[in-house]
Design a protein around this ligand. Structure first.
Ligand SMILES: [Mg+2]
Length: 172
């Protein structure tokens, strides 16, 4: 049995789709205009500011859709492993309640004691950390598995998972 820490935004909750839908609706900016680039490199200062404000709302987090296949695979995974959700919620305090309620709504089977709201993820003690940001692997003692997202497609990392099918197939 392995201990697996899994990030929430962009991995379990589809923050990417939430952001892209908002950018498309508000500024007619489409995903094809963003490959491998951070939003701040593509958007104007005003657009990026508006996006940052959107990201500070509880509504944004609560209304995200689950990433494809995440719920079923998580269910299976936690039957065989010790699974934690580790989210850097400290950077967006307005998200605390919305994230907690989101997990209760979409993952009712997930034990409350395995939800970790944190800041610096190097404090996490686990065999694996699945995350969409390689900076979260700095000083992490276990093995970091990069979950593919638009903003990390140009990053070089030895272990990359392209989706929840890859997590389901991974030999933990
Ligand atoms: Mg994330």
């Amino acid at each position: 049995m392995a201990r697996i820490a899994i990030d929430m935004d962009h991995v379990i909750a589809d923050a990417h789709k939430g952001l892209l839908d908002w950018l498309s609706k508000t500024y007619a900016i489409e995903p094809s205009m963003l490959p491998g680039q951070r939003f701040k490199d593509v958007l104007s200062i005003d657009q990026h500011f508006a996006l940052s404000k959107r990201l500070e709302t509880a509504e944004f987090f609560f209304n995200l859709k689950p990433v494809v296949d995440s719920i079923e695979t998580l269910k299976t995974l936690q039957n065989n492993h010790e699974v934690f959700i580790t989210t850097a919620a400290m950077f967006v305090p307005n998200s605390f309640k919305a994230k907690y309620e989101w997990i209760k709504k979409h993952l009712p089977f997930f034990e409350t004691k395995r939800i970790v709201f944190c800041g610096d993820k190097s404090i996490i003690s686990a065999d694996y950390l699945i995350d969409d940001h390689i900076h979260n692997f700095e000083n992490f003692k276990g093995r970091g598995l990069l979950f593919s997202a638009l903003h990390n497609e140009l990053d070089t990392w030895p272990d990359r998972l392209s989706g929840w099918n890859d997590i389901g197939r991974f030999n933990f």
